[in-house]
Write a protein that binds this ligand. Structure first.
Ligand SMILES: [Zn+2]
Length: 459
């Protein structure tokens, strides 16, 4: 089975589907098996390449995590219910302080990428720590692992956990090191790796650092990522530190940070003015509902923001979010929106399972400006995809295949109707993956047709 959102706004489902991946790791053909050119009478069957039978797995586009923190993965699940600023001091700064050199990165980053791949994430956008050497190591590990990664060294000059830094050079050094990393890694691995200039958030950055960071992103073509409007106490603190700004979004606007290459995480409490300004500038939002509930930050009015035209993808925000799985983020997000509809008298319709799947794939790609490259299983795109055991049968063999130059055949399973009750309907499949997952349901993950280490190997 093949299930994917399409660029035209639809969802395509092929019960007996084939995805053909060419030698360059691009999708050469996708559709029902009986329409494949190789299936025509008299066709040369080798047109398809070696055919791999993946039944009863479902092929989906790889998931896109727009917001995570690499060094925080060991903390996942710790500190529930603390407010943001206390949680940062107690849990986050100590663990990031340990992510300080190449050996720390060599130990932690490969495990982090395996963890992401094991939950179906093929593109991760992540913050590192403030240390350049560990960021270099994190990029090297991503290059070797094969995951698609957009990473950035955290910039902080107002408060920092780096006890050895010379305060008089902190801003200059932070910008210089970010630029060196950006020059080395932005666009590396033939475009599979990218750099995001990463001022942590307004509380830890001066206006000058925010300005310099935005200028760096503009002159290098890199992304620019930070946090916004996550928690009530944080918003009060930003107002105190930036009295000249109209509101939180205006702090970043004055720095020149907003625009289509800017990815702001959270935005839980945005005012109408802030929302309008983000839409006007084409700024992207990483919605992180599991983090927002874990740290008691609030419930973002997702339906209203989408209606306003904001481009939104999903983020795990590990370890603000306790679980790196984007399926889990979809589930918590759906529950949060259901609760909001019931309690906040917001009568906008909630998103359906296929809408959540689109947010975690194609909309994430759109947020990155990569919608022509990844985010759906469509001809010409790079073959970033995952194979899922949706619970049709058990057990399923481990999938250990390189895909380049192959055709993936996923015939419909004879028992599918019985398992799903109403039949193997795409909405039911998405609903099952989101609301009734099992820990090792991701059986394979590929980027450009190359298998990622992780699925099946970390259980
Ligand atoms: Zn975060």
């Amino acid at each position: 089975m093949v299930l994917t959102p399409t660029s035209a706004g639809a969802t395509v489902f092929h019960r007996d589907g084939i995805v053909a991946v060419d030698a360059h790791g691009r999708i050469g053909w996708v559709g029902p098996a009986d329409l494949h050119p190789a299936a025509r009478p008299g066709a040369e069957t080798h047109d398809l390449g070696p055919e791999i039978d993946l039944r009863p797995l479902v092929l989906l586009p790889g998931l896109i995590d727009l917001h995570a923190h690499l060094p925080q993965l060991p903390n996942a699940g710790l500190g529930a219910g603390l407010d943001l600023l206390t949680w940062l001091e107690r849990y986050v700064f100590p663990v990031e302080r340990r992510f300080d050199d190449a050996s720390a990165a060599a130990e932690l980053a490969p495990a982090a990428y395996r963890t992401f791949a094991a939950v179906g994430t093929t593109t991760v956008v992540a913050y590192g720590a403030v240390f350049k050497a560990s960021m270099d190591g994190a990029f090297q590990a991503a290059e070797a692992h094969g995951i698609r990664a957009i990473l950035g060294k955290v910039m902080m000059d107002r408060i920092t956990y780096d006890e050895r830094i010379d305060r008089s050079t902190i801003l200059e050094r932070s910008v210089r090191e970010s630029e060196e990393l950006c020059r080395r890694w932005h666009g590396a691995a033939d475009g599979r790796l990218g750099y995001a200039v990463t001022p942590r958030f307004a509380v830890s950055c001066t206006a000058e650092l925010l300005r310099e960071s935005a200028a760096l992103a503009a002159r290098t073509g890199a992304w620019w990522q930070t946090h916004v409007s996550e928690d009530a106490a944080e918003i009060v603190e930003v107002g105190r530190l930036f009295p000249e700004a109209l509101d939180y979004v205006d702090v970043y606007d004055r720095a020149g940070g907003l625009g289509p290459k800017a990815i702001l995480a959270h935005g839980v409490h945005l005012s109408d003015r802030e929302l309008r300004r983000l839409v006007e500038t084409g700024t992207r939002l990483a919605h992180c509902p599991s983090s927002n509930l874990f740290l008691a930050s609030g419930v973002m009015p997702l339906a209203r923001f989408l209606e306003a035209g904001l481009v939104i993808g999903l983020g795990s925000d590990v370890a603000g979010g306790p679980d790196p799985s984007i399926f889990s983020v979809m589930r918590v997000g759906a529950y949060a929106q259901n609760a909001r509809r019931a309690l906040a008298a917001d009568r906008r319709p909630v998103l359906a399972p296929l809408d959540w799947l689109r947010l975690g794939t194609l909309e994430g790609a759109r947020a990155l400006g990569l919608e022509a490259t990844i985010g759906s299983l469509e001809v010409g795109k790079e073959a970033d995809l995952i194979a899922i055991d949706a619970g049709l049968t058990a057990p399923v063999r481990h999938v250990d295949l390189e895909l380049a130059g192959t055709g993936l055949h996923t015939p419909g399973h004879p028992h599918a109707g019985g398992v799903f009750g109403r039949g193997d309907d795409p909405s039911d499949i998405a609903s099952r993956l989101i609301f009734r997952p099992h820990p090792d349901m991701v059986r394979g993950a590929w980027v450009r047709g190359r298998r990622l280490e992780g699925p099946g190997s970390t259980a």
